[in-house]
Design a protein around this ligand. Structure first.
Ligand SMILES: [Zn+2]
Length: 68
């Protein structure tokens, strides 16, 4: 089910979750966002995280699993 968050938007390039007021993605600098996303993933330690490796995530933070 698509879910909407009132406080975060997902980068369409890397899926990093940014504040709604962000102009550019804090992770990759892209300026394309989606406010319709689901599946929040929090990466604390990308160097030792299997999920981070699978999703090609190098920076700690919150990521969306799916964008709509
Ligand atoms: Zn990004």
């Amino acid at each position: 089910m698509p879910s909407k968050s009132s406080s975060l938007k997902a980068c369409k390039v890397c899926k990093f979750l940014n504040p709604l007021k962000a102009v550019a993605c804090e992770n990759c600098g892209a300026q394309k966002f989606s406010e319709a996303w689901s599946g929040l993933i929090i990466i604390y330690d990308p160097d030792n995280s299997q999920i981070a490796r699978t999703l090609n995530i190098a920076k700690r933070g919150k990521y969306a699993l799916e964008l709509y």
